[in-house]
Write a protein of this length. Structure first.
Length: 157
């Protein structure tokens, strides 16, 4: 069984649009391949071979997207205990040693972008905070060693 693909509603809609666009490209490529094939000798027909290669890449992307969308779980629709940090939560955590606070929204791996405040639930820091309640102190195993944090604020937007 395929792994669940956690995604926000916004990202899901973006992926649906991307799939539609790829299917449009696929139809256009089929026309190009037909036109190139009509030119005759396919062994030395660069346009034909380029279009076939692009078609193979496009089909691969379509299959990948369709699999993701089939296994998608829209995080906006999940029923979770909102007293604990779960996917979809926005958490503010304080590095206990440095006294610095960070705010992240916990998202699926495909949406992760720490620079934009989107932290993958598969990341070491998210692993530490998942299941914690506001005020809880926890440890996270980061590449630079074990760090201690406090979950200072938990909200679902």
């Amino acid at each position: 069984m395929a792994e669940v693909f956690y995604v926000s509603r916004k990202k899901y809609e973006e992926l649906l649009q991307e799939l539609k666009n790829l299917k449009d490209v696929k139809a256009q490529l089929a026309e190009e391949i037909g036109a190139a094939a009509a030119q005759g000798d396919l062994k030395e027909n660069a346009e034909y071979h380029a279009a076939k290669e692009k078609q193979a890449q496009t089909l691969s992307l379509i299959n990948e997207l369709e699999l993701k969308l089939r296994n998608a779980e829209i995080t906006d629709d999940l029923t979770v205990d909102k007293s604990e940090a779960r996917i979809g939560a926005t958490v503010t955590i304080e590095d206990q040693a440095a006294g610095i606070e960070f705010t992240y929204t916990l998202v699926g791996p495909s949406e992760a972008n720490p620079d934009k405040g989107l932290l993958s639930v598969k990341s070491p820091l998210a692993n530490g905070v998942l299941g914690k309640k506001e005020g809880d102190v926890f440890e996270a195993q980061l590449p630079r060693g074990t760090r201690t944090y406090k979950l200072t604020k938990l909200e679902y937007k």
